[in-house]
Design a binder for this molecule. Structure first.
Ligand SMILES: Cc1ncc(COP(=O)(O)O)c(C=O)c1O
Length: 390
C-alpha cells in the first residue's frame, strides 16, 4: 500500500485514525462548553477502563509524557526519600534523574546489558535490603524495546514491602501492553496521548491509586510544584467527572476531543481485543526481523509488543537505512542508546497500525526488506547475513 505521505511508524507519535484527526481540528470551543464537559468527563471514565481500575484517579493534563514524571516526583517525593529505579535504558535513566531533581535518593538497578531487564530475583533482593518509598518500572523502555515485568515487580513489592508505591512508566506501553492496574497492585501509571492511545502529542495522562493519594496527603513538606500539583488538579478532575466545570489551567480542548474519540473507538469491544491485536502485529514484525537475518535489541523473553528495536548488520548504519525507508513511504527511528545509536533502528507498531486493517504493517515490512537489500544486506534465508554484535 502506498500513501501520499510517509507513514509515521516510529515508537510514537503514531498514526491516527481519520476520526481522531477530525476531532482534533474542530472549531474553537470553550472549556466550559457542555459538549467539552461531557467529553472530558467520559475521557476520564474511559481511561479507568483502559488501565483496568475502579478506584484509580486519572489526571488528564496538557503536557507531554515527561510531565507525568514531574507530577509523580513532585507529589510523592520529599527530600531524602529513597526510590528504586529499574532501568532498562534511556527512559529509565531519565525517570531516575527526574526523581533526583525533586530530592529523591535514587538507587538504579540496571539491566546487565542493552536488551535485557533486571531479573526479578535482583528486584526482590533490592526491596528486601532497603525500604523504598517507591519503586519505578518502565513497562517498555522505548530506547531498547525491552518489556519489563510489571506484574512480577508489583508482586514482589507487595510481598516484601507493602507500603512501597509501584510506579509504572507506561508512556510507550499503555493500551498496547497488558496492564491491569487494580489486579496487579499498581500505584501510579504514567502515560501520554501520542503513543498507543492513538492521539496527537499534548496530553499527559497519569493514573494514581488511592494509596498514592494517601501518601500525598500524609506528606510533611509542601509540594514543590504549582502546575504539577495533584492537589490543584484533583478538584478539576472530580468536577469534570461530575459533568461540572472547574478551572485551574486551560485544558487542551481539541486534544481532549481527539483522545475522547480515540478511546471511544478503542473501547468498542473492551481492551482484550486491543491487546490481542498488538500481540499479533508484534509477532509478525518479530518474524520478519528473523527472516531478514537480524536480531531484536530486546531479547525474545523481554520483548515489547508495542515496538521493535532491531540491531543492524555491522556494515549498515541507521543513517544509511532511514532515508531509504523514507523514500519508500516509511518514517522509522534510529537508535538512542548512548554510543550505540547508529547500530540499530526502531519501529513503532502501536494504535491503529496494530489494530486496524490498513496495510501499514505490510508497507513497513516491505520497505524495511527493500531498504536493507539496497544497503547491501542479504537476508538470512540465503545464509549470508551478518550477525549483529551483541
Ligand atoms: C518510556 C517513555 N517514557 C517517557 C517518555 C517521555 O515522554 P514525552 O516525550 O511525551 O515527554 C517517553 C517518550 O518517548 C518514553 O518513551
Amino acid at each position: 500500500m502506498t500513501t501520499p505521505r510517509p507513514l509515521c511508524l516510529i515508537p510514537g507519535p503514531v498514526e491516527m485514525s481519520a476520526t481522531v484527526l477530525q476531532a482534533h481540528s474542530t472549531p474553537a470551543t470553550a472549556h466550559t462548553d457542555p459538549k467539552f464537559v461531557e467529553a472530558f468527563g467520559q475521557t476520564i471514565e474511559m481511561l479507568r477502563e483502559v488501565v483496568g481500575t475502579a478506584s484509580g484517579q486519572p489526571f488528564v493534563i496538557a503536557g507531554s509524557g515527561t510531565l507525568g514524571w514531574d507530577q509523580t516526583a513532585a507529589n510523592l517525593i520529599e527530600a531524602g526519600d529513597s526510590a528504586l529505579v529499574l532501568s532498562n535504558g534511556y527512559f529509565g535513566e531519565g525517570l531516575a534523574d527526574c526523581l533526583a531533581t525533586y530530592g529523591a535518593e535514587v538507587t538504579r538497578l540496571r539491566a546487565a546489558e542493552p536488551g535485557r531487564r533486571q531479573p526479578l530475583a535482583a528486584v526482590a533482593q533490592a526491596v528486601r535490603a532497603k525500604k523504598y518509598k517507591l519503586v519505578t518500572v518502565s513497562q517498555v523502555d522505548t530506547s531498547t524495546g525491552v518489556l519489563d515485568d510489571v506484574r512480577g515487580v508489583a508482586e514482589i513489592v507487595r510481598e516484601h514491602s507493602p507500603d512501597t508505591l509501584v510506579v509504572v512508566d507506561g508512556v510507550c506501553a499503555t493500551a498496547a501492553e497488558r496492564l491491569y492496574f487494580d489486579q496487579w497492585g499498581v500505584d501510579v501509571l504514567i502515560t501520554a496521548s501520542q503513543k498507543a492511545l492513538g492521539c496527537p502529542p499534548g496530553i499527559s495522562v497519569v493514573v494514581a491509586s488511592q494509596r498514592a493519594l494517601g501518601v500525598l496527603e500524609a506528606r510533611k513538606s509542601p509540594v514543590p510544584a504549582y502546575y504539577a500539583s495533584w492537589a490543584r488538579w484533583l478538584p478539576i478532575m472530580r468536577s469534570y467527572e461530575d459533568r461540572a466545570v472547574k478551572y485551574f489551567a486551560t485544558p487542551c480542548v481539541q486534544t481532549v476531543f481527539a483522545l475522547h474519540t480515540s478511546l471511544t473507538e478503542m473501547l468498542k469491544d473492551g481492551m482484550e481485543p486491543v491487546f490481542a491485536a498488538h500481540e499479533r502485529t508484534s509477532a509478525r514484525v518479530k518474524a520478519a526481523v528473523a527472516a531478514w537475518g537480524l536480531k531484536t535489541v530486546a531479547v525474545p523473553e523481554a520483548s515489547a509488543t508495542a515496538m521493535t528495536a532491531v540491531w543492524l548488520p555491522e556494515s549498515i548504519q541507521a543513517a544509511d537505512l532511514l532515508p531509504k525507508l523514507k523514500a519508500r513511504g516509511v518514517v522509522a527511528a534510529g537508535g538512542i542508546l548512548a554510543g550505540q545509536a547508529h547500530r540499530y533502528f526502531r519501529l513503532g507498531h502501536m494504535g491503529i497500525t496494530a489494530t486496524q486493517d490498513n496495510g501499514y504493517v505490510d508497507t513497513m515490512l516491505k520497505a524495511v526488506a527493500e531498504a536493507l537489500e539496497e544497503c547491501g544486506h542479504v537476508a538470512a534465508v540465503s545464509g549470508r547475513s551478518t550477525p549483529p554484535r551483541l
